[in-house]
Write a protein that binds this ligand. Sequence first.
Ligand SMILES: [Zn+2]
Length: 277
Amino acid sequence: MVDIYTFTHGTLKCTVINDGNIMNRPTSIFFEGASPDELVVALAEHDLPDDGLNLPTNIMLVERDDQKILVDCGSDGEVAGYEAELGFLFAGLDEIGVSVDEITHVILTHGHFDHVLACADDDGTPKFPNATYIMAKDEWHYWVENRSQAPHNIAMRMKLQGIKDQLQLVDPDADILDGVRLMATPGHTLHHIAVIFESNGEILLCPIDVMDHPLQGQHPTWGANWDLDREQSIASRYKILQHAADTNALVHAFHFPFPGLGRFTKDGAIWQWTSAT
Ligand SMILES: [Zn+2]
């Protein structure tokens, strides 16, 4: 059974599908920048375990008119070490009766395996045959030209090349569709993008990996140890938090506890997260 959560936002039909959960990662690697003492206090305040946290991967499907838009497509479940944990998007789509042929757009926010590897089969054939894949130009080049020999980076290069005929490379702040725009949020990766949907004046904001945990609203300078550029990731976190509060956005956070929906409200110099579910 795949965790699935459906809701409407303006005129959008939205479904969050859990692609799986990366289990039991050391707590401290989520919050680099925290001193050991600060972290002990913050974890105790929020009743969080100090001996490991899970990292859910929650994919957003937005349906409107004749469009079905995926924000990232997850892992293919074949990454060494994650076979049992990730790769449930396709079972989830089956459950809600949406076929891969019906997906019209796949927005790829950055080149990490848990967001992108399911874009194509192992031979490079696109898994969404009728979709336009949309990715920030510099992010695509970064990963395709990356020479890392790590298995998932080799697979990433091959798959990102595989989708080339269906790929639309864009600027990181582009308006990509009516009511759908990107926001440049570099740091986690060098050309990472967030995605913003607007419908009937209501904002749905997908910060993706600008934040991995709600606690970062209270501590925006704490970041994951897999953020590529720490200073930029902090600046992007402030930008997202301010935007979320200013627009009273419904936030869908890819890695927050399922389904990752809530709002950030400003509280002095920090932001408090309230889950919407
Ligand atoms: Zn991620």
